[in-house]
Ligand binder design. Structure first.
Ligand SMILES: [Zn+2]
Length: 449
């Protein structure tokens, strides 16, 4: 089998950044050695001072295929992923149709993905109102875990669950040993707030923010923690937006509950104070909160209370963002970021004194751990898949439509100047993004346990 060596003075491996040669045999890393130990006669790629990170793992995104391929789909999403340094995606069970709530739907998704993917992928299953009996079958069929909503998800084809529904589902879920990913907002505080704002100006971002108060997240998290205490399942809170939940979550973990936490690049980069009225590209749920809240989320990452950063990449046809009316009530909530999440995160992280090892932990290692693919993905080490990102941490660029590679080049980051450029992405030893191009045929496949 042919041997390749990926060499750099800045390889992110084993919790540090050091000069190394990554020796790749076929699709896997055989060893990580010092550059002088590179065997003669191998195909060597020397990247000099440009860093090499593990291929990123996105544990939260919406590919929208099958059923809503006009929103994006496997081809465009995995192309954007390759351009953004991601080599493994775990697709949410909703926005596609049918939603991934039974084995037949999972098989339909597999069929839809075939031959289209430029990076590896896997599926989360859904826990909805009436599919308790599908949970263990979905686990056996290969989903990596489950997702549920405690409020209406804003889209047809996927139902929210009540506490009672969860009590019916959780014994099944606990038996699978897989994590339950929860959209943690409760309906009652949202409905009350929205009612008070019936006559407010819905072009104002402040109105939208008030309509999704911190209390909705806090009460949902409180409910999930008490269920976790009772049913002893792995609980994961997706896209945490309110920093006010951090003390309770930290306490739950100290108590021994299996709780993990994610936040997203947009909560760590944008802030309510600077979102213009009518700027519906910044609408997502839970909402982007204040600058002060953003800094507290960064502190949560620093303290290790927040485990990981996932994109929650969630595209839609541009018309659904209702840019012309600028109405935050009727616009689709979702932010696309797959191809720029790494530079967005690096720009912010570097300014706060974090390093590339932190980025690799939040965006590759910890997300792989959540998904259970952490024995082959998320690290540069012997025996792991040769998934690598070649990343220039000093280079700057402006986000232009050509750089997004989404189905629709729409993003709140357009026009921003960011630091850190993805030069190349390798999936299992093969270049899937190089010098702005996507070489070869789509070679991504479903990751299976
Ligand atoms: Zn989502």
């Amino acid at each position: 089998m042919s041997l390749q060596a990926f060499i750099s003075r800045r390889v992110v491996t084993g919790g540090e950044v050091r000069p190394a040669a990554i020796l790749v045999e076929g699709e896997q890393i055989r060893a990580v050695v010092s550059p002088e130990q590179t065997p003669v006669g191998v195909e060597a790629h020397d990247f000099g001072d440009t860093a090499i990170l593990p291929g990123l793992v996105d544990s939260h995104l919406h590919i929208n295929e099958p059923g809503r391929t006009d929103w994006e789909g496997f081809s465009a999403a995995t192309r954007a992923a390759a351009a953004g340094g991601y080599t493994m995606l775990v697709d949410m069970p909703l926005n596609c149709l049918p939603a991934t709530t039974n084995v037949a739907a999972l098989e339909t998704k597999r069929e839809a993905a075939r031959g289209k993917c430029r990076v590896d992928w896997a599926a989360w299953g859904g826990v909805v109102k009436d599919n308790q009996d599908d949970i263990e079958a979905l686990a056996a069929a290969g989903v990596l875990g489950f997702k549920c909503f405690l409020i209406h998800p804003g889209i047809d084809g996927f139902t929210m669950v009540s506490e009672e529904d969860l009590r019916a589902a959780l014994p099944h879920l606990a038996r699978t040993g897989l994590p339950l990913l929860v959209h943690a907002e409760l309906a009652a505080p949202l409905e009350a707030a929205t009612q008070r704002l019936a006559h407010a100006d819905w072009k104002a971002y402040a109105t939208y923010l008030q309509s999704r108060p911190d209390e909705a997240e806090l009460s949902a998290i409180g409910m999930m923690l008490s269920l976790c205490r009772q049913y002893r399942f792995r609980l994961h809170i997706v896209h945490l937006s309110t920093s006010r939940a951090l003390p309770e979550l930290q306490a739950a973990r100290s108590e021994g509950l299996a709780v993990s936490l994610e936040t997203c690049p947009h909560y760590l980069h944008l802030a309510a104070e600077t979102i213009a009225n009518g700027a519906t590209l910044c609408k997502c749920a839970p909402p982007i909160r204040t600058r002060e809240n953003r800094e507290a989320l960064w502190q949560g990452l620093k303290d290790g209370v927040i485990d990981l950063v996932a994109t929650d990449h969630s595209p839609c046809p541009p018309v659904m963002k209702r840019a012309e009316e600028g109405n935050f009530k009727t616009a689709w909530g979702g932010i696309s970021s797959l191809s720029v999440a790494l530079p967005v995160m690096w720009t912010e992280a570097r300014a706060r004194g974090f390093g590339l090892t932190d980025i690799a932990r939040w965006m590759a290692e910890a997300s792989a751990q959540l998904a259970g693919c952490n024995a082959s993905k998320g690290r540069i080490a012997a025996g792991y898949d040769a998934d690598l990102v070649v990343f220039d941490p000093e280079a700057e660029f402006q986000v232009t439509p050509e750089r997004l590679h989404f189905r629709y080049p729409v993003s709140p980051y357009l026009g921003e100047n960011l630091r850190g450029v993805v030069k190349a992405t390798y999936l299992r030893g093969h270049a899937v993004f190089l010098n702005g191009e996507f070489p070869g045929d789509p070679g991504g496949r479903e990751w299976r346990r």
